[in-house]
Ligand binder design. Sequence first.
Ligand code: NAD
Ligand code: UGA
Length: 330
Amino acid sequence: MPDSQSAASVPGPRRAVVTGAAGFIGSHLVHALLQAGATVIGVDRRSATTDPAAAVHLAALHSHPRYLNVTADLLDCAIDPLFVDADTIFHLAGIPGVRPSWGEQFSEYVSSNILATQRVMEAATRMRVPRLVVASSSSVYGPTAGGPSVESDHPRPSSPYAVTKLAEEQLCLAHAARPDCSTSVVALRYFTVYGPGQRSDMFIHRALHSALTGQPLCLYGDGHQRRDFTYIDDVVTATIAAASAPADTGVVNVGGGANASLIDVINIANSLVGREIQVQPDVACNGDVLTTRADRRRAQAALGWQPTVDLPNGMRAQMQALTQPTYRAT
Ligand code: NAD
Ligand code: UGA
């Protein structure tokens, strides 16, 4: 099992706000910040009483003496009071997922990823919060020739989701560049994050679910798509490190630990359960890039960060969590 304490050893903020706290990455981040001794306000529009996945993610947090959970929509709630005395805002709230961003749901992506972010940045500026760390995405790079993407590469987002994530990070950086804004911004381009509690629309979750249940796995395309799969504890460690990175850091890739194809993922899932997943082929999805791969030099220089968890170990940890009653609900 990967070392789940690794995030706790990183020096971090004392008083933090985490948006998207009921989500996959946000809830892990809250846990790690609390373990590191911080006081945390978590904000999310999903509530543990009405949303089963949120209930699982927030289960151990509600009773923590240094945690305050706020159920609110960042599109219309009063944000300033949440930011009083905060030294760091981790802005992870948003609508993720590449495939559903085509069509009618696009307005939700625009609302949560762009309009809500504008409100968050305006409030951070008013409340003079020193640092905001925003969750961006590897998808902003779009199609690549297969080599590592460098932060200075020209972004060519190929899905509506990716367009909103590029807008989100650039919006935050534009605010931070204003002379009257004392909030510095670090935008983290996360690469396909996995581990216990991963969203149920994502491939590794679905492969492990199929492996455990015998239900067929829908494979979009030929399975040769490659991702820099990045384990959740590594992502949390990088995210906390971003709170104290130099003010001019800008955008940083947070990716790596395992560059693998979907076929590799299926093979690992098969070996974990000792039988073959039944694969149901389907057409490739619009906006789905063939390869993501992170250049990690800036993450190393600015965050002192390197991934530590490889894919077989990370998938084993995710599978073990899936067999626990807590994670069965998600
Ligand atoms: P998630 O869906 O599990 O968590 C996002 C949370 O944000 C949800 O709980 C949702 O309710 C909340 N939210 C959305 N709109 C909101 C609003 N208007 N007000 C309040 N709360 C709102 O997703 P995740 O996988 O944990 O992703 C977290 C962030 O990281 C997202 O911004 C996503 O785009 C980004 N990201 C994720 C990945 C990944 O592989 N999971 C990779 C790159 C970037
Ligand atoms: C993931 C997250 O879902 C995005 O929110 C995030 O922004 C992005 O990573 C990122 O790195 O920035 P993605 O890489 O598409 O997006 O990850 P998955 O949703 O796990 O899909 C990975 C691959 O598996 C894709 O090629 C997809 O088409 C395929 N897939 C997914 C299937 O073949 N079947 C499925 O049931 C699900």
